[in-house]
Design a protein around this ligand. Structure first.
Ligand code: AMP
Length: 417
């Protein structure tokens, strides 16, 4: 028996119904906010992620699925969505009409140690907004995320926010961090030792050393922001207040990807604390330029769909999903197939969820199917019905039977379903 890879799982049954619901809702909300769908390839040149996500990030150094293809090129199966969308925006010159609002959905692949809420194939739902540097766009992006979570029934959401400043601010802050940690770096894990010179901000994000006392006393990036960066951050907070979005400032929030500038944020469920962030993002004003494109400010985020669905399950939130059949056609014998298949087609064209027994089971088998699909109505088709065109519709819950002319059937369903 060949089994699935570690860190992956199959989506079927109730779970697939939930996934579809969550994706559809995300699409609806993105559409309300005037975002359009974009789909980029699952594989890209490795260089895209090295330059985009960052050479020294955990994702690029440890987690990418890299392979050399038959043409001897270095490719990577995408670990996240933002770099690929940015590449598509540059390559297809989508930046010619700004602002540009895009959303994407799909699987990402990271070679992480599988555990609760952490998979090797992870599904993300993300948005990207290009061409606006005004902090009101940061607030809009966050509000889309909060709105989506609220609509799903997740009301207790906190948005953690931080400001990482621009390149100059980060340079000064990195120096301060190096000075703070360097004399005691022996107390830290091997990864942090390496991060000290290459990417000291990531030390703040370390899951191994987070209890070390030097973490608490580390300098705060917020003290290094320029006047303008501070003002912009204050504006984001003000707009979030206007939108009544609950946020907390977390000056250790750095996020795992190098492309962020200024605002970074994470969506946290206050009710489930062992799953990490259910989404995260920020502003990445330098990304397009660093990939060879024009200088265009951008902001975006991604939800981890696996985590969102898992939080819904932990909180036993019932989604308003109705997967029941509207009508099940129960034909007495194969002789009525012509009539039934035409009726079935008619029902489906009119938008009803309808089905019939295609394998001509015995009556007991047919009734079992009615139960399995929990059909609201049953229409029995026998010789008489074919002859007279008068159908008996049985309400499967009240067991009430109604005689309806074939021509009046859709009217009947329109008023009753
Ligand atoms: P990131 O792309 O790292 O900014 O992550 C965005 C969101 O994706 C996170 O907030 C998580 O919800 C989710 N996520 C990241 N890594 C994983 C993973 N290995 N398994 C499941 N979800 C993940």
């Amino acid at each position: 028996m060949i089994q699935k890879l570690k860190g992956t799982y199959d989506v079927y049954g109730d779970l697939s119904i939930k996934h579809n619901y969550v994706k559809k809702l995300f699409e609806e909300i993105c559409s309300n906010y005037n975002y359009n769908y974009i789909e980029t390839p699952l594989i890209e040149r490795s260089e895209l992620f090295h330059r985009g996500v960052g050479e020294t990030t955990d994702i690029v150094t440890k987690e990418t699925y890299d392979f050399v293809d038959r043409g001897n090129r270095n490719n990577t199966i995408r670990p996240e969505g933002t770099a690929g969308v940015a590449r598509a925006v540059i390559e297809n010159k989508l930046y010619n009409t700004l602002p540009l609002k895009l959303y994407y959905m799909g699987s990402m692949f990271r070679y992480e140690r599988p555990q609760k809420g952490r998979y090797r194939e992870l599904r993300q739902l993300g948005i990207e907004l290009y061409g606006v540097d005004n902090p009101i766009s940061d607030a809009e992006v966050i509000s889309l995320g909060v709105n989506f979570l609220n609509e799903l029934g997740l009301k207790n959401i906190t948005v953690k926010i931080n400001c990482l400043g621009g390149i100059e601010t980060r340079k000064k802050y990195k120096e301060a961090l190096i000075n703070h940690f360097k004399n005691n770096i022996d107390e830290f894990c091997d990864d942090c030792k390496e991060r000290l010179e290459k990417n000291p901000l990531r030390i703040l994000d370390c899951k191994v050393d987070n209890k070390n006392k030097l973490m608490k006393s580390a300098p705060s990036i917020l003290d290094f922001l320029t006047k303008e960066e501070k003002e912009n951050f204050d504006k984001v907070k003000k707009y979030l207040d206007v939108l009544d979005i609950k946020y907390v400032i977390d000056n250790t929030l750095v996020r795992g990807l190098d492309y962020y500038t200024n605002l970074v944020f994470e969506f946290i469920s206050d009710d489930v604390d062992d799953i990490g962030s259910i989404g995260g993002g920020g502003r990445y004003d330098n990304l397009l330029k660093s990939l060879g494109g024009p200088d265009i400010p951008s902001v975006g985020f991604a939800f981890g769909m696996d985590r969102v669905v898992s939080v819904l399950a932990s909180l036993e939130i019932k989604l308003p999903i109705n997967n029941d059949l509207d009508v099940y056609i129960l034909n007495i014998s194969e002789k009525e197939f012509n009539y039934s298949i035409e009726l079935l087609q008619n029902l489906r064209m009119c938008g009803y969820r309808a089905d019939m027994d295609l394998s001509n089971k015995n009556m007991k088998g047919k009734f079992k199917e009615v139960d399995r699909y929990n059909s609201k109505y049953i229409i029995i088709i026998g010789e008489d019905e074919v002859k007279t065109g008068i159908l008996t519709i049985k309400d499967n819950i009240t067991k009430e039977e109604t005689k309806v002319n074939y021509d009046d059937l859709i009217d009947f369903l329109d008023t009753n379903v």
